[in-house]
Structure formats: structure tokens, C-alpha cells
Design a protein around this ligand. Sequence first.
Ligand code: GCU
Length: 443
Amino acid sequence: MLKLIIASLLMRMSVNLVQAQFSQQARDSINKLSYNDHQQMLGQLGITSLRPGPSGNPQSPDAANTDETKVQPYFLPDPLVFNSGHRVKTPQEWKQRRTEIREIFDREIYGRVPENIPAVNWRVISEKDTLDGDIPVTIKKLEGVVDNSSYPEVEVVMQLTVGTPVDARKSVPVILEFGFDWGGRFSRQGNSEELTWKQQLLQKGWGYAILVPWTIQADNGAGLRQGIIGLANKGENRKPDDWGALRAWAWGASKAIDYFETDPEVDVARIGIEGMSRYGKAALVAMAYEPRIAIGFIGSSGAGGAKILHRVFGEQVENLASSAEYHWFAGNFIKYAGPLTQEDLPVDAHHLVAICAPRPVFISSGSAAVEGQWVDAKGMFLGGAMAGPVYELLGKQSMRTMHFPQQETLVDGDVAFRQHEGGHTNTPNWPHFIKFAERYLER
Ligand code: GCU
């Protein structure tokens, strides 16, 4: 238990440390600029008022619903029905339907990646053989410099770390995490349960990589005219169907994979992606759009990730559309907290999981008692379960149940779900994900 609390604290610390980089004054001005950008997007959309989201504080009078008996019935759009109303019957037809679904996500939810993004030049800035705990590892630090000759006011330099076993004689599977590279500072040793996620991967003979999201695109609305979104727009405001930060972070993962293709230590046919919370959302979006990602570990992704948004429990569309979170999405998504509601969404999380099929996806959550209910564990389970028919159409295994499992019970299939005993972290599920991944990544 103590271990889990520490892991959870570390996760929170990482978020807090990132925030602590900014003084209160800087945070106030980020919030103000985000508010202004949100307002200008509302103006473009012709929206004059939005519904406020419920509170994440369970004590608050307007707390988000956490009572299962208060979830009203909702009706989900079917991934296997074309926009025309025709049913998808074959894997061949699914390919066309998948294109339709991607188009809806592009236009309404995550936004479109512009066509003319400048090239990225990856360079290794350091490389050393060292020890992580007692495991020999080769660590490369890289920078992905985006050509900004079209708009020199904005510079984008992505940071990537790659760690591979020193004694690997051939290219190895690599799990790419959206996160921050803490180096060895928080590494633990001892029995295998206590190994860090990096050590667990290295011990298996696999590698890890860490891509720092905010070096691609800032995690706020204030930064939307900078980062890769701002560079592609030459410093102008977004249009309503332009990409948001999640899609931009996912783009960064694709660029990291471009680099992996040139690295003989990495087996590009065996790349996984992992992320937690907002980066869990980003990991799922990356997998949905990037076919070179072979497997996904999607942690506590909640609303905007694997959670069914039609379900009124925990975080809601209204929260995502607020000036604190809208930058993750296309401007168009804000409509669903104004003139439209979550019931009008033409796609939901199960569509997002479905467009990852047939590739394996492991959906992870913490315990409701420790993590809280904001992420809506059951909603994330349903995001995977409702994608089942698509997996089956493609000859893969669904979860084969709609029954929410007991904590610490793996619902296994090519789309899988496990709620661990800890809080807002992926740590307790790492050994379970690795075991799941062995089936696919071990040769
Ligand atoms: C907030 C937000 C979530 C997000 C989380 C995080 O709680 O509402 O959607 O996942 O932050 O990234 O930590």
C-alpha cells in the first residue's frame, strides 16, 4: 500500500513540478490567455454560453455523479454502422467505415493534422552505457528539431530519450511513454515487483522511450499559437477543425517512430505506446491514428480517452470543453457543451478503441477508493467492451463480457481491462501489461 501511495505521489509530483516551473503570476497569465483564446474560439463557433462541468471535488454541491444508480440510460452510436445507415459486414467494409470514423474524430473531436507540417530532424545529443539499478542500459538523448524556416518566430524542439539493453544482440521491442524523463532519480531495486517500469522492460530485454509532450505542444490554450500547432498555423489562431494538443502529441509519437526506423537497436515492428491520464488519452489517440504502433497501454485516460462520454458519471464533456481543457481538442468539440450535448456525439470512446483494432489495447484504471471516480473506471471498461464487435469482425478476441469486473481481475482479450489497487498511476499494472504484451511482442 505504501508503495502505491508513493507511486501516486510521484505521479502527482511530476505534474506539480511541471506546474511549479511557473510562478503564480505566470500561471495567472497562462489562465488569462487561455480564457481569451477559448473566447475567440467560441466567437468563431457562434457560441454565446456553455454549460459548466460538474466539480471533481466529491464534497462540492455540484460534484460529478459518482452514483451508479443515477446513471441515466444512454444510446450509443454503433461503430459497425456506416453514416448512411448500412451495416458493416466484412473486414473489407470495416476499412471504409474506419475512414469515416477517423473523419468524424478529425472534424469533431481531436482536430485535423495540417498537410504542410515541416520536416523534423532528429539528432542524438548524447549516448552512454550506464546502469539502471543493476541493469546495463544504453541511453540516448535526442532532439527532434522541426524546420521553422517558414515561421522562425516559433521553435519546436522535441525531447526524446531511448533506453535499450546494452547486451541486446538484435533490435528489441520498445515501449514509448508520453512523460518526462526523471533519469535514475526515482529508481528502486530489490525484488522484481519493486523495479521501475523502465527496469521491468530492460530486464525482459526490451527497451523504453520517453517523449516529452510539452516540447511538442504546450498543455494549455495560451500556447496554441506556439508549439507545433502554432508553427503550422504561422502563429495564427486555430480554425474550429484544427488539431488540439492530444492530436499534436500523437503526431510527435509518429515522428519519434520515424526516428526509430533509423535506429538499429529498435524493432519498429514491435513498438508499444503508454501513457497515463491526459497522456493516456494521447496514447490512445496516437494508437488510433498511427498504424506502426503495435500495442497500447492506456492508463486512467478517462474522459477524452477510453471513457464513454455518453455516460453521465465522473468527468464530463462540459469539463473537457472548458478553458482549462479545450486545448486538448478541436474547437468544434466545444459545441457539445453548448448548443449540443454528449448525446449528440456521433462517435464515442468505443469508436476510438475500435479504430485501433485489430491491434491489442490494454486499458488500465486505478481503484475507485484510492484514485477516485473522476476517471470513471467502468466508463473506460465499456469503451473497450463496446469496441468488441469490431475486434471480433477482424478475427480477434473481444472482452466477451459487459459485466464490470472485480478490482484486480484482468478481463482478457485482444482488448483488455484491468483495474489495479492503487491510485492515479500506471505503476501497479505494469507487470500485468508486460505479461499481456509478451503474447504479441515476444519472438
Ligand atoms: C484532470 C482532467 C483529466 C486528466 C487529468 C490528468 O483531472 O480533468 O481529464 O486526465 O487532469 O491528466 O491528470
